[in-house]
Design a protein around this ligand. Structure first.
Ligand code: SF4
Ligand code: SF4
Length: 180
């Protein structure tokens, strides 16, 4: 099975999980997803404020290579709940499957936590003490959201989507419906 097929199985499983939730659990999950998105937006804003865009342009996106495991189950769930699918092309190696020539295809609040939390040396050197305090606080929020949502769903949502889907693919009775 190739990455695209595993990805498709993961998406179908997520839709199944969501449809099985009670209204109360669904509401609690939505609250965690909103908090998760806001925390990531706040993290991205700190980095943007230190003029990271010019640094990233010069660098050419070195941190956006080979990123197929960056999207975790909770990240994918965030996209499924708002019905905006992640654009994934697993054949454009070494470019990240979720990126394009112009950069990441996702807006900051919808990007994987792994990407938003990553700070390269160039960015790290530009951070003030105040920036670091905000980043630490928001990072804690991101991690708590994943943990609390995992308890709600009974699934390890911090696991990369591809690994989670692959682990379950042998026993899955769901059929992959590729849209190609
Ligand atoms: S975050 Fe750092 S490694 Fe990534 S593109 Fe920007 S400068 Fe390059
Ligand atoms: S998901 Fe987006 S930000 Fe993360 S590595 Fe891929 S292109 Fe870069």
């Amino acid at each position: 099975m190739d990455d695209q097929q595993v990805w498709d199985i993961g998406m179908i499983r997520l839709e199944g999980l969501l449809s099985d939730l009670s209204a109360g659990t669904r509401f609690a999950l939505t609250q965690q997803l909103t908090r998760y998105r806001k925390a990531k937006e706040a993290l991205a804003a700190v980095v943007e404020n230190i003029a990271a865009a010019s640094l990233c342009r010069e660098c050419g996106g070195q941190c956006c290579l080979n990123g197929k495991y960056r999207v975790n189950v909770f990240d994918a769930l965030a996209h499924v709940t708002i019905q905006i699918p992640v654009t994934a092309d697993f054949f454009q190696k070494p470019l990240c499957p979720y990126g394009a020539a112009a950069g990441c295809t996702m807006e900051p609040g919808m990007r994987p936590a792994d990407c938003i939390l990553f700070l390269c040396d160039g960015i790290d050197q530009k951070l003030s003490l105040q920036d670091r305090l905000i980043l630490a606080e928001q990072e804690q929020d991101v991690r708590e959201c994943i943990q609390e949502a995992s308890s709600l769903m009974g699934e390890s949502l911090g696991t990369p989507l591809l690994l989670w889907a692959e682990k379950n693919s042998n026993t899955s009775k769901l059929k992959v419906q590729r849209q190609i």
